[in-house]
Structure formats: C-alpha cells, structure tokens
Design a protein around this ligand. Structure first.
Ligand code: SF4
Length: 245
C-alpha cells in the first residue's frame, strides 16, 4: 500500500465516523484475541520494534492492565529517534521494555572480516549481519516463552500477505500471535491519533517502516510502504529472518 500523505501522520488524518467505528471494532477484536492468548499461553511475550503497529499493541496491552514481558532488540545500528522513543516509553509507562543486544564478539568478527557496512555488498552478507544483530538476540529473548506477539500486518509486503493470526513459528519453535494482521494503515494511525499514543518521529518524515538506520530510507509518494527497507534488494528478500514466510 502506498503512503498517502506527506504531512504529520496524525494531523493530516481525517477521523471520519466510519474510520472511528472500524478502529473501535478492531480494537475490541484485538483485545479479545490478546485476552484469549494470555489465557491460552503460560508465558507469552511481546516483541516490539517500536514501529507504529507495535505502539498500538503496546497501548492495547496497557489498557488491558496486563503486565507481560515486552522486549525490543537493540541492533546497535538503530536511529536516534528509535532510542528516544524507547527512553520515553520506559520513563513514562508501567510496562517497561527490556532491551536485548547482539553478542559483541560476533559483531567484532563480522566487522573485522568484512567491514562495518558490508551488508550492502551481498544478500549473504546482509543476512549474516541480520542473523548476528537480530536473529540470535531474538532467540535469546524468546527462550522460555511459549508464544510471542508481533505487530505484523498482511498488507505490509508480499512476504507478509500469507501470514495468519496465530501460527506455529517453526523458525523459533514457538507460537506467533499477530493481533493486527488485518488492520489497514489508516486504522493504525487513527488508533494512534484517538488514543494519543507516542510514536517514532521518523514516521512523520516518510519512514512508514523503520529498522536499522543504514538499511532504512524514506520513501516517495506512491512507493510501497516497505520500499525503504533494504531498498537495494528484490522485494521477495525484504525480511531480516525474524518473520519468514
Ligand atoms: S538491518 Fe542492516 S544493519 Fe540491521 S542487522 Fe540487518 S543488515 Fe545489519
């Protein structure tokens, strides 16, 4: 889906009665689904990338008065705006976001052998960097949990269009819950606007999808919302391995 506006995401969004009703209905459905998941699993956790969808889930969980383990991955290459948001959330809300880091010796080996930005040079090198900085820390974070909640939406990319609300994630041998799978981009931003949810300021600067700073760029009007992620690669490769098909 293309980005539709070049002004501040929440200010430019027109909250029609229809949109408000859709968001209210979908919020109730998502909370019911989360509530069922909290009952079904003994040790569920929420992995947040601090993107707009994940801030919606964070707010839904807070409104349910639930305390579950919530974590993010600090790859060491995030934008300053992402660190600002993590700091803001952890200073102002009860549900604290735990931070997981990559193994420093693995990063050193990669950088010593290949260089600090070798991920631009080949798909293999990019996947190796994502493995070290994202996948291995995620494995550590998921250890001991029986399910994880993610902010995936089906319309985000062709690699996500076949996802389901609840699937067995064979990559990590754990169930994966995606309560916002059927939400549209406008509904995400309407929720944020209605509920005054804090969000990453890069979203106001044409970054609909935010990852590591060297691998994320702003998009142009009409471009796909994930066009700014690993923009030098083919669309079918645009995942870091956290959410394989
Ligand atoms: S997104 Fe880029 S910098 Fe971040 S882990 Fe993957 S290749 Fe490395």
């Amino acid at each position: 889906m293309a980005l539709s506006s070049h002004s501040k995401k929440t200010e430019s969004l027109l909250l029609t009665d229809q949109l408000k009703t859709e968001v209210a209905d979908k919020s109730t459905q998502a909370q019911n689904f989360l509530s069922k998941s909290f009952n079904d699993y003994k040790n569920i956790c929420f992995a947040t990338s601090m993107g707009a969808e994940d801030m919606v889930i964070y707010d839904l969980i807070n409104k349910m008065n639930r305390t579950i383990e919530i974590f993010t991955l600090d790859t060491g290459r995030l934008h300053a705006e992402t660190y600002e948001l993590i700091s803001h959330v952890n200073s102002n809300f009860k549900n604290k976001i735990k931070i997981f880091f990559p193994d420093a010796s693995e990063i050193k080996k990669y950088v010593d052998n290949k260089g600090i930005n070798d991920f631009y040079n080949s798909l293999d090198s990019r996947k190796e960097c994502c493995r070290i900085r994202k996948i291995e820390p995620l494995k550590k974070a998921l250890k001991g949990h029986d399910a994880w909640i993610t902010g995936l939406r089906a319309e985000q990319s062709i690699t996500r269009s076949n996802q389901k609300l609840n699937v067995r994630d064979s990559n990590f041998e754990i169930d994966k819950i995606s309560p916002l799978l059927n939400w549209k981009e406008d509904e995400i931003w309407a929720y944020i606007k209605i509920n005054h949810v804090p969000y990453n300021k890069l979203h106001d600067h044409f970054f609909p999808s935010i990852g590591c700073q060297p691998c994320t760029r702003a998009i142009s009007l009409g471009e796909d919302i994930r066009a700014g992620r690993w923009w030098w690669e083919n669309p079918e490769n645009k995942e870091c391995g956290l959410h394989k098909k």
